[in-house]
Design a protein around this ligand. Structure first.
Ligand code: TYD
Length: 208
C-alpha cells in the first residue's frame, strides 16, 4: 500500500496495557484538530470479523494453533480489504487496536507456531499492508494483571493464559519493535496516561 492518502496507526501491547485509553485520547485530539478518524480493531473490525471474534475469544475449549492463526488472518484479510484500505484511500486517519504484530506475539507465544510463518501468513492475508506507525504500549505483565483484576470484566481466552505466556508476548513485541525501529514507537505504559499521550501526540504530529 504505497502512496495512499491516509495515515494508518496501529496500537499494540499486552492485555491491560492501556491501548484503549490511548486510542480514545488520540482520537479526540485528532478529531478536535479537524481530522477524519476511523477507530477500528482486530479481531472484529468488520461484520465478518465480529463473527470470527466470537470464535477466537469466546469459544469454549481448545482451538488448534494453526486454526487459530488462520482465523485471525481471515479476520485481518476481510478487515483490511473492506474497512482499512477504503478509509485510507478516502484520506482518513485509521486508528487501529491490534494488527499483525499481535498475531506474531500471541500465536507465536504458544511455542507451536514459528513467528516468521505467522507473520508471512498475515502479510499474505493483508496483501503486504503495513501501518505507517505502530504504538507499542510496553508494560510488565504483573502490572497489567493488577489493572485487569481491577477492571470488572470477565477474562477472555487469552487473558486467562499463564503469566509466563504473557512474558513471552511482551518479549516478542519488543523484539518486533527492535527489528523495525522506524515503524514502531515503544512507550512505557507504566507512566501516567497523560504523559504517554503526549509522547504519542508528538510523534503523530510529525506524520500529519
Ligand atoms: P483485545 O481486543 O485487545 O481485547 P479486549 O477487548 O479485552 O481489550 O484483544 C483480544 C485478544 O485477542 C487479545 O488477548 C490478543 C488476542 N489476539 C491474538 O491472539 N492474535 C491477533 O492476531 C489479535 C489481533 C489479537
Amino acid at each position: 500500500m504505497t502512496a495512499r492518502p491516509g495515515i494508518w496507526i496501529t496500537l499494540e501491547g499486552g492485555d491491560g496495557s492501556g491501548k484503549t485509553t490511548q486510542a480514545e485520547m488520540l482520537e479526540k485530539w485528532l478529531s478536535d484538530a479537524g481530522h477524519k478518524v476511523l477507530r477500528t480493531r482486530e479481531p472484529g473490525g468488520s461484520d465478518v470479523g465480529q463473527l470470527i471474534r466470537e470464535i477466537v475469544l469466546h469459544h469454549r475449549g481448545d482451538i488448534a494453533p494453526r486454526a487459530e492463526a488462520l482465523l485471525y488472518a481471515a479476520d485481518r484479510a476481510h478487515h483490511v480489504a473492506t474497512v482499512v484500505r477504503p478509509a485510507l484511500e478516502r484520506g482518513e486517519i485509521v486508528l487501529q487496536d491490534r494488527y499483525l504484530d499481535s498475531s506474531v506475539a500471541y500465536q507465536g507465544a504458544g511455542r507451536v507456531l514459528d513467528a516468521v510463518e505467522v507473520r508471512d501468513l498475515s502479510l499474505w492475508a493483508a496483501e503486504g499492508a503495513l501501518p505507517d506507525l505502530t504504538l507499542l504500549l510496553d508494560l510488565d505483565p504483573s502490572a497489567a494483571r493488577v489493572r485487569l483484576d481491577s477492571a470488572d470484566k470477565p477474562f477472555d481466552r487469552l487473558e486467562a493464559e499463564k503469566a509466563e505466556f504473557h512474558t513471552r508476548v511482551r518479549e516478542s513485541f519488543l523484539a518486533l519493535a527492535a527489528a523495525e525501529p522506524e515503524r514502531f514507537l515503544v512507550l512505557d505504559a507504566a507512566a501516567s496516561a497523560d504523559s504517554v499521550a503526549s509522547v504519542i501526540r508528538d510523534r503523530v504530529a510529525s506524520l500529519i
